[in-house]
Design a protein around this ligand. Structure first.
Ligand SMILES: Cc1cc2nc3c(=O)[nH]c(=O)nc-3n(C[C@H](O)[C@H](O)[C@H](O)COP(=O)(O)O)c2cc1C
Length: 357
């Protein structure tokens, strides 16, 4: 008999909660059950098939008949519990199409809005301490000003193709290693850590990587491609998923019309190498956020609208990207394409009209 490796135990007086953070189940144990579990953790061979507690612990998956492998994890348990514990969140019903998604999302928003919203203001400051700032002046680079003003999340795409040139520009300025930066280090840099991107990177490790979702790109077969930042090149990983990607992205089917997108992943092993504490886990997401914003500003400058999400079925996306059982994990998705500029998809707008009329 084995103890499930994906458990943590939380004191919740007078009992304790045994939390399976992989399959998202919790069991509250009283003193008898807690004592018995402590004995079995000490020696699983004490398992007694005639003991009702043992059988219940087995049925609950706290004990397992065969050994369950748990991934090698280079940080302490904290980030492992958080990372695995927030993966593949059970969803009662993933919307099968855009109409279902619209209805479900609207119902969710109505439920949220029925509760009082937290205050939007900053923490109350003493009266009279506000220092008004000058209105923003023109920046030297007008295209940056325009990109900042025009970036907008859109959920209504025409499906029109983009060119390979546009894809090259997007990937290069988001993820590519910039030769000019490599050759211009004024201070010594550790060998192997010279590569620089347009976005900053925790420890200069470039722990984040990207996979291109190519749905409608002129001159490129549809599929999932790994981007190689050093060579500024792609290699095919997998064909497009069936059913379409929206099913894996929380049922947000309106993105099936996006001509392209990028999954940002993090190589945790690179972060583990330099930073031993789980706190570095936060940095992976912050780096992904930088890359995501850069992608959006470049896309906006190219005249494309953008969309982004962190809501996806982790295990399915790992398989799609060929990363099962790997220390490289998908964190975020950003996409872009030609849009009518609406924040909401047509189906949601129809629903909203119906609701308000
Ligand atoms: C971390 C993060 C996660 C997001 N996830 C989603 C998502 O799952 N689906 C979606 O439609 N929009 C998502 N968005 C977009 C936000 O809804 C959007 O940024 C927000 O409504 C503000 O609109 P704007 O981007 O046009 O300024 C996400 C944005 C961020 C920064």
């Amino acid at each position: 008999m084995y103890i499930n490796p994906f458990l943590f135990i939380l004191p919740r007086p007078p009992g304790q909660v045994v939390w399976n953070y992989k399959n998202h189940t919790q069991h509250e144990l009283d003193l008898d059950y807690s004592h018995r579990l402590a004995s079995l953790i000490y020696n699983p061979d004490l398992f007694d098939p005639d003991n009702i507690i043992d059988i219940q612990l087995l049925d609950a998956g706290i004990l397992t008949v065969s050994k369950i492998d748990s991934p090698n994890w280079g940080w302490d348990e904290l980030s492992k519990i958080y990372h695995i514990g927030t993966q593949d969140i059970p969803c009662e019903h993933i919307p099968k199409n855009i109409h279902e998604w619209s209805r479900q999302y609207l119902a969710h928003c109505s439920e949220v809005l029925a509760k009082p919203a937290p205050s939007t203001g900053r923490k109350q400051q003493p009266a009279g301490t506000l220092i008004n700032l000058p209105a923003p002046g023109a920046m030297k680079d007008d295209s940056l000003t325009q990109a900042l003003l025009k970036r907008k999340t859109c959920r209504s795409y025409t499906g029109a193709a983009v060119t390979l040139d546009e894809v090259g520009t997007l990937l290069y300025f988001t993820l590519g290693y910039l030769p000019a930066r490599k050759d211009s280090h004024d201070d010594p840099v550790a060998p192997g850590l010279e590569a620089r991107r347009s976005s900053p990177s925790g420890g200069g490790l470039n722990a984040c990587e990207g996979f291109l979702l190519a749905q409608n790109i002129v001159g490129l077969e549809p599929g999932i491609y790994a981007y190689h930042p050093d060579e500024h090149a792609l290699s095919l990983v997998n064909p497009l998923p069936e059913p379409a990607l929206g099913q894996m992205l929380g049922g947000q089917h309106f993105i099936n019309n996006l001509p392209l997108g990028v999954f940002i992943t993090a190589r945790f092993d690179r972060l583990w190498w330099k930073y031993e504490h789980s706190r570095a886990y936060r940095m992976a997401f912050i780096e992904a956020g930088h890359l995501s914003q850069t992608f959006q500003l470049v896309a906006t400058t190219l005249g494309l609208n953008t969309w982004l999400t962190g809501a996806f079925a982790d295990a399915q996306i790992e398989t799609l990207l060929g990363l099962e059982g790997s220390a490289e994990q998908p964190l975020f998705f950003i996409g872009c394409g030609e849009s009518d500029g609406h924040a909401m998809c047509q189906e949601m707008r129809d629903l909203l009209c119906g609701v308000s009329s």
